[in-house]
Design a protein around this ligand. Structure first.
Ligand code: ADP
Length: 311
C-alpha cells in the first residue's frame, strides 16, 4: 500500500524502513523521499529559500533603519517646535507686561496730574491684564484640550447682549490700534446654549488677531447673522488676508504665516487652533473666508440647538 501519488521505482531503496515483525512478519513500513521534496532541499530550492530569508532579513533591517531615522527626525522637529513655542509665548507675554509696568510706573511717580490721563492709563493697565489672562488661558486651554481634560458648562446666552458686553469691556485695545469698530447686531434676542468663557475666548482670539495683523486695514467689523441651524458671528477686517497656501493650515496648532524670529507680531500659533477646537467641541466651528476687496472674514458658527459637547 502506498500513500501519495508519486511514481515509485520498484528497484529503488527506501530512505527509511521499519520491519513490522513479529506482528506482521515480512511486512515493513518504508519512506521514499520523492523527487520534488528532495530537490527542494537540495540545489535550486535551497538557494531560493536562503535568498528569500536573506531578502526578508535585509528588508527588516532597512525598514527598522528607516523607522529609526524618521523617529529621530520627528524628535528633532518636536524639540525645535517646543523651543520656538516657549520663546514665542514668552515674547507674547512680554508685550502686555511691559505696557502694564510702564503705565503703573507713570501713575506711581505722581507725574500724572490730569484725571483724564489717569483714567486712560488705568484703562490700559486693565485691558493689558485682560490680554495677559487671555494668553495664559490659551496655554492652559491648550494643555487641557491636548489631555482631553477640558470641561464645558453650557448655559443659555443671548448672543446680542453677549457680543455687546464683550466689545464694551475690550474696546480700548481696538480703539488704541486705530481700528474703527463697525458692529452690526440684529434686533431682538439670538439665543444659544453655549459655554460663556469658551465662546468669549474664541471671539477675543479672533479680535486680537485682527488688532495684531490687520490694524493697517483701518476697520474691524463684528456682525451677528442668525440662521435656522447656526447663528454666525463674523469678524471682518481689511488687513493683508491669509495667503492661499496657508488657509488650510492656520487652524493647525503652532502654525504661523510668518514664523521667523523676526516676525513683526509676536504669537504662539495657538489662538486659532484653540478657538476652533473649543467651538467644534460645542457642536459649532470656525471658518476662514477671504474678503472681497481684501482682508479676512473669520466666521464663528454656533449651533442653535446645541448638541452634547464632546467632553
Ligand atoms: P498667532 O497669532 O499666535 O500666530 P493664531 O493661531 O491666532 O496664532 O494665528 C495663526 C496665523 O494666522 C497667524 O500667525 C497669522 O499669520 C494668521 N492670521 C490670523 N488672523 C489673521 C488676520 N486677521 N489677518 C491676517 N492673518 C491672520
Amino acid at each position: 500500500h502506498q500513500t501519495g501519488d508519486s511514481q515509485l521505482d520498484p528497484a529503488a531503496r527506501p530512505d527509511a524502513a521499519l520491519s513490522l515483525a513479529p506482528y506482521l512478519p515480512h511486512w515493513q513500513v518504508a519512506v521514499y523521499l520523492t523527487g520534488s521534496s528532495s530537490t527542494f532541499f537540495s540545489g535550486r530550492g535551497f538557494i531560493i529559500l536562503t535568498g528569500l530569508l536573506l531578502t526578508i532579513f535585509l528588508a527588516a533591517v532597512l525598514l527598522g533603519g528607516a523607522l529609526l531615522t524618521w523617529q529621530a527626525h520627528r524628535n528633532m522637529l518636536d524639540a525645535r517646535r517646543k523651543t520656538t513655542f516657549v520663546s514665542n509665548v514668552s515674547h507674547e507675554l512680554k508685550t502686555p507686561l511691559t505696557s502694564i509696568r510702564m503705565y503703573a510706573e507713570l501713575l506711581s511717580g505722581d507725574r500724572v496730574n490730569d484725571p483724564e490721563k489717569t483714567r486712560k492709563y488705568l484703562g490700559v493697565i486693565v485691558e493689558e491684564s485682560h490680554r495677559l489672562t487671555r494668553l495664559v488661558n490659551n496655554v492652559l486651554d491648550f494643555s487641557r484640550l491636548e489631555q482631553g481634560r477640558k470641561n464645558y458648562h453650557l448655559e443659555p446666552i443671548d448672543l446680542n447682549g453677549f457680543i455687546r458686553e464683550l466689545l464694551e469691556n475690550h474696546n480700548l485695545r481696538v480703539a488704541e490700534s486705530g481700528l474703527a469698530l463697525l458692529v452690526s447686531l440684529p434686533e431682538g434676542q439670538a439665543l444659544v446654549r453655549t459655554d460663556r468663557d469658551a465662546l468669549g475666548q474664541a471671539l477675543l482670539n479672533l479680535i486680537d488677531n485682527a488688532v495684531k495683523y490687520a490694524a493697517d486695514g483701518g476697520e474691524l467689523g463684528v456682525e451677528l447673522q442668525p440662521g435656522p441651524e447656526y447663528h454666525e458671528i463674523r469678524i471682518l477686517d481689511r488687513g493683508p488676508g491669509v495667503p492661499v497656501e496657508h488657509r488650510a493650515r492656520i487652524f493647525k496648532k503652532f502654525h504661523r504665516v510668518d514664523d521667523s524670529l523676526t516676525a513683526r507680531q509676536p504669537g504662539s500659533g495657538l489662538g486659532l487652533s484653540i478657538a476652533q477646537r473649543l467651538m467644534r467641541d460645542m457642536g459649532g466651528d470656525i471658518l476662514f473666508e477671504p474678503r472681497r476687496g481684501g482682508g479676512s472674514i473669520f466666521i464663528i458658527k454656533i449651533p442653535v440647538n446645541s448638541r452634547k459637547t464632546r467632553s
